[in-house]
Design a protein around this ligand. Sequence first.
Ligand code: ADP
Ligand code: MG
Length: 226
Amino acid sequence: MLKAELLSKSFPTPSGSLDILSDVSLSGGGGERLVVMGPSGSGKSTLLAILGGLEPPTSGSLQLGDVKPYELNAVCRADFRNHHIGFVFQDHCLLESCTAIDNVLLPALASGKVKDSLVERAQSLLERVGLKNRTSHLPAELSGGERQRVAVARALLLCPTVLLADEPTGQLDSNTAVQVIDLLNELVDETGSLLCIVTHDESVAERVAGCPQGRRLRLTDGHLVK
Ligand code: ADP
Ligand code: MG
């Protein structure tokens, strides 16, 4: 169970403090899907970064299970992120010099030697996302939709407790976007992860929030509303 309570975030700027999030609370459990929408600049990416243990809030608390990530030191927090959080970003963020399979295996490399079982899981995830014959391709040799599917496979390698997706279909055409979202829904069903996705795309929002365990949330003026 992820529980965020009264999260606020301000950034210091030369002209004073910029208040982005005010008293944002949310919670969700495995298998649930939260869709966050809101205007550009409303703090959606900032919220995901806080939920993912990447950016400490100015105030408020975050708890996943019985762990409070922002009470851990930097090394433990990085380890926590690696094991419990999966990220899919709008621009996929694959390493250009690594093949598709090596990109999928990155979360495992971070924690040391890669077990054979994880190599098998990486292969089977790539197969699931329709890239069985692309495992040794570099990102530059893949289409936008294929790169995004590699990013989905990477985020799910270690069956994260929470999967955070920040406009994962922002750069895809609508057909490819639907494929990526259906796949995300399917894989999240299997891993039992809590999915929290930011999107501007109404059809994407509907496909995710329309699931029985789906919910829509909107960020406006720093507040998160249903
Ligand atoms: P969204 O994802 O909803 O478009 P963001 O979370 O990226 O919005 O950003 C929200 C606001 O916070 C923006 O106005 C942005 O300029 C500001 N912001 C984000 N990160 C920083 C930072 N590190 N320093 C100062 N301002 C920031
Ligand atoms: Mg954003």
